[in-house]
Write a new protein. Structure first.
Length: 546
């Protein structure tokens, strides 16, 4: 199943207009003279044969004339729909410029406007009205999927319930699987489970693409999810399933329910955790402080906060700290204040981090009380790392760790300039949205995104390459360690806690090899261990060049 896909899939090679209209096969003016004869393309194309490099220059020149990020998103989508290889060539060669357009922050606006900019379907929409026929629906997909990114649209980034409009997230995420890790596009299947939408503005929008109904919940929701998971495992044996942007009340329990049954993970919980842990490791290379002596305070207590805290605890335990002591190093503030044992309103996932302490109503007071070494923003509430918050972190820490990880940009807890200016250049800063370099008192700081795209593409590639039956916390631990090791001294010298994004395919290959090694070591691989795991991983990476 996981053999490198044939460019023509399981279909006979089309010719003429049918070939030009197939984005997986179309090369546009890049078809050679011989190919034009072989596939009956004469007359359909202008005479000159353009190299892919020339085609990419043409795409970029047009794209850069546009000033609106959403218009650029639409233009890239159109390219994806007509010439897949050229689309990924443009992404791979210009990832710094393109990633913010195909994913965060632009994809958030694209989801909000999804029905208004919709041009051509990509992926599969599975509705609540499709119960009883999901396996048949999945068989409509023309390729043998190796990885599915699935959302129900209830918690899209920091924007809330966008229903079926959330399809932009799986599509964007899978574009990054290919661009950042070389997962072949024919292995990638975006899925949106349309169970309704509780956002009135969406339901009243005449261009909304989803079911015009409130969300299905309870037993009916669970039955739909069960049918989907079972059907996916049946139709695509061994497929990796990534849960994406599910609301807290479903995300944790679905991961717990299915993680030991199929090869699955939740990127919002586990991917975010790994990239944050890697950033902490990098920050401590600068400070020289012990990992087990760090105290983390989260702004937010949902999927991301709990996922990060769980992985941090596991890492501290691995370094010899008792689990109870490790949990005492992780605290959280939610919308009602500090998460403490005396509160009676706590969701189950918050209980492991509810410690004995007097109630505290706000984040700044929590900092003054707890004196954390790191603050991690994952509440999607913009501007909450105020000047007072950052100045207090700088007062109690020589090098405060400040991670403003919420996205899109409008939801960022602070921007890079604020982080450096309000800590007098001492913050060890990572962000969820891209920010330009900052000059402060003669030094240039280069903030980098603590973006999950450093983690999930490599994890997915490693699982596919090894045919992993499960994805474990140990794999994410290894991914975090590998990512931190790839940060150079020159990166650290300019305040960058992650590698430069143009290195992302190299980074993903290393992470994939680490994930695959874990699968082989733990008996979770579906094939014998190759003599050279890293070489085996690289041999399976898609190259968009033609």
């Amino acid at each position: 199943m996981y053999e490198k896909p044939n460019p023509s899939g399981n279909r006979s090679m089309p010719s003429g207009l049918a070939l030009l209209r197939d984005p997986a096969l179309n090369r546009g003016t890049g078809f050679t003279e011989a190919e034009r004869d072989k596939y009956n393309l004469r007359g359909f194309l202008p005479p000159h044969v353009h190299s892919q490099e020339e085609q990419a220059v043409r795409v970029l020149s047009r794209l850069r004339l546009l000033t609106d990020p959403l218009e650029k998103f639409v233009a890239l989508n159109a390219l994806h729909d007509r010439n897949e290889s050229l689309f990924f060539r443009v992404l791979c060669d210009n990832i710094d410029e393109m990633q913010p357009l195909v994913y965060t922050p632009t994809v958030g606006l694209a989801c909000q406007k999804f029905g208004h900019i919709f041009q051509r379907p990509r992926g599969l929409f599975i509705g609540a009205n499709d119960r009883g026929r999901i396996a048949k629906l999945l068989r409509n997909w023309p390729y043998q999927a190796g990885i599915i990114v699935v959302t129900d649209g209830e918690r899209i980034l920091g924007l809330g319930d966008l229903g079926a409009n959330g399809m932009g997230i799986p599509v964007g995420k899978l574009s990054l699987y290919t661009a950042c890790a070389g997962v072949h596009p024919q292995l990638c299947l975006p899925v949106t489970l349309d169970v309704g939408c509780n956002n009135g503005a969406m339901l009243e929008d005449p261009f909304y693409v989803g079911l015009r109904q409130r969300r299905v919940t309870g037993a009916l929701y669970d039955e739909l999810l069960e049918e989907f998971i079972s059907a996916a495992a049946e139709v695509f044996p061994g497929v990796v399933i990534q849960f994406e942007d599910f609301a807290n009340h479903n995300a944790f329990r679905l991961l717990k329910k299915y993680r030991d049954r199929v090869c699955t993970f939740n990127d919002d919980i586990q991917g975010t955790a790994a990239v944050a842990l890697a950033g902490i490791y990098s920050a401590l290379r600068i400070t020289g402080a012990k990992f087990t002596e760090q105290k983390l305070l989260f702004l937010g207590a949902g999927e991301a906060a709990t996922g990060i805290a769980d992985l941090v605890v596991s890492a501290m335990v691995a370094q010899g700290l008792p689990e109870s002591a490790a949990r005492e190093r992780c605290w959280a503030v939610d919308s009602r204040g500090l998460v403490v044992k005396s509160r009676t309103d706590l969701a189950v996932h918050k209980l492991p981090y509810a410690h004995s302490h007097a109630p505290v109503g706000d984040f700044l007071t929590a900092i003054k009380n707890l004196k954390p070494t790191a603050i991690i923003g994952v509440a999607a509430v913009g501007g909450t790392f105020t000047q007072a918050v950052l100045e207090e972190m700088a007062r109690i820490n020589e090098r405060p760790i400040v991670f403003a990880l919420s996205n899109p940009t409008s939801q960022a807890e602070c921007n890079a300039e604020e982080a450096y200016r309000w800590t007098k250049g001492r913050a060890l800063f990572a962000c969820g949205s891209p920010f330009d370099p900052v000059k402060y008192e003669g030094k240039t700081y280069v903030p980098r995104q603590g973006n999950n795209s450093y983690i999930f593409p490599g994890v997915g590639l490693g699982a596919i390459a090894s045919r992993a039956r499960r994805i474990t916390d140990a794999m994410f631990m290894g991914a975090a360690q590998t990512l931190a090791q790839l940060v150079t001294e020159s990166d650290l010298a300019q305040g960058s806690l992650y590698p430069a994004l143009p290195r992302i395919r190299e980074v993903s290959a290393h992470i994939a090899a680490a994930v695959a090694e874990t699968a082989y070591e733990n008996g979770l691989a579906g094939k014998p261990r190759p003599a050279d795991v890293a070489a085996d991983v690289r041999s399976q990476m898609f190259d968009p060049r033609y």
